[in-house]
Every structure is written in structure tokens, then in C-alpha cells.
Design a protein around this ligand. Structure first.
Ligand SMILES: [Zn+2]
Length: 214
């Protein structure tokens, strides 16, 4: 293709002027030139016109223009296809992002510890049903066990081996007989599985609850 073009370019500079053919003797006509320029005509069939094209300036000029137009349209098609591919990749990327990460909304989880048995220290009570939250949760609202005092609390999520993957602190408040504490969390980098939610007043022992991160 490129060699063909280089040859035609070299020939063309002379061809455009050196073979005037005012009567258009032996010219194949626009329809044939168009088919050659757009590569619709098989090379075997086009071959018989090549002698004429290289010895008739008007035909050569018309052929060059048709070929340039064909290249331009083909480039536009290629660009349109490329743009479509980019759009499809973009949409697929977003779809994948949402599938992996969920929609970008702030999720709040409610953890109700009011009727949970209290387990002091780092261990959880065996047989205790785990609390469940999504790793995507960004905000926790925790109802503390009945009779819990107001004031500052520390809250953390730890592995079952005891190392914290997230820690925060907040102030619990009492309203209608319910002591609750709110806090922002970021658990997305933790893998799903079994964890322990631990809550304590400063300088006290942890109260531990089994937690399942989904
Ligand atoms: Zn001609």
C-alpha cells in the first residue's frame, strides 16, 4: 500500500500535467476510477487501466482526488470506530468499577448491641452470633448495651488474632433510654471474613463482639 502510494506520488507530480488529454480519448470514466480508488475493483481488473492512468493527466488528477477522498472517509471511519471502542471501554470500566466497589454512596450500618451478652477482654463469647456489616460501610451507628454510660468511647475492628484493622473514638449519648455512638469507619482495605468489634471506655477493658465483614 505504502510502496504503491510512493510510486504513484513520484509519477503523479509529472502525471498531473504532462499528459493533457482534452478529448478524454480512451478514458474509462468516473465510475471505473472510483472503483479503482476505493479498492472495490480487483487488482487484476484494474491492471488494464493502469497504462491509461499513467498516461492521461485528467484521469490521473481525478483518480488522485477520489483516492484522497476515499482515504479521508476511511480515516474518519477508523476514528469513529476508535471513538466507539473508547466509549465502550469507558462504560465497561465504570460498570466494572461499580461492580467491584459498589455505587459511590455513603453507607451507614446499624449495630445493635443492646441484647448482646457482655464479654470482657479480647475474647468473644463462643456461640455468639456475629454482627454483619459490609466492607463498604462508611458510617457506624452503634446501640450500646443497655445501661451503658454516656461519654467518650473507643471503638475498633480487630482480627481474631487481636490486631486492629481500624480504630476510632467518639462520644456516646443517651436518648430515650438508648445509649448510642456514631463514627466514620473505613474497612474497605480489609479483606472479608471474621473480625472482632471492640468497644471500651478509655482505660477500661474491651468489650468484644464477633463481626463478619462481607
Ligand atoms: Zn483518461
Amino acid at each position: 500500500m505504502r510502496d504503491e502510494q510512493r510510486l504513484l506520488d513520484a509519477l503523479g507530480r509529472g502525471l498531473l500535467k504532462e499528459f493533457p488529454n482534452p478529448d478524454r480519448t480512451g478514458c474509462p470514466g468516473s465510475a471505473v476510477l472510483k472503483r479503482i480508488a476505493s479498492h472495490e475493483m480487483p487488482l487484476a481488473e484494474a491492471e488494464k487501466w493502469l497504462d491509461h492512468l499513467t498516461s492521461c493527466s485528467p484521469c490521473y488528477r481525478e483518480f488522485s482526488e477520489l483516492q484522497a477522498g476515499y482515504r479521508h472517509r476511511r480515516m474518519q471511519t477508523v476514528l469513529a470506530i476508535a471513538a466507539t471502542i473508547l466509549i465502550v471501554i469507558g462504560v465497561a470500566g465504570w460498570a466494572l468499577f461499580f461492580k467491584e466497589n459498589g455505587p459511590p454512596v455513603v453507607q451507614t450500618a446499624l449495630l445493635d448491641l443492646r441484647n448482646r451478652s457482655i464479654s470482657r477482654g479480647g475474647e468473644v463469647n463462643p456461640g455468639e452470633q456475629p454482627l454483619e456489616i459490609s466492607r463498604r460501610v462508611r458510617h457506624l451507628n452503634v446501640y450500646l448495651p443497655l445501661g451503658s454510660a454516656e461519654g467518650p468511647y473507643e471503638m475498633r475492628v480487630a482480627t481474631t488474632a487481636g490486631s486492629a484493622v481500624f480504630a476510632t473514638s467518639g462520644v456516646a449519648s443517651l436518648k430515650d433510654g438508648l445509649t448510642s455512638i456514631q463514627g466514620d469507619v473505613d474497612l474497605f482495605s480489609a479483606s472479608s471474613g471474621q473480625y472482632v468489634l471492640q468497644i471500651r471506655r478509655p482505660n477500661s477493658e474491651w468489650n468484644s463482639y464477633p463481626l463478619l465483614l462481607r
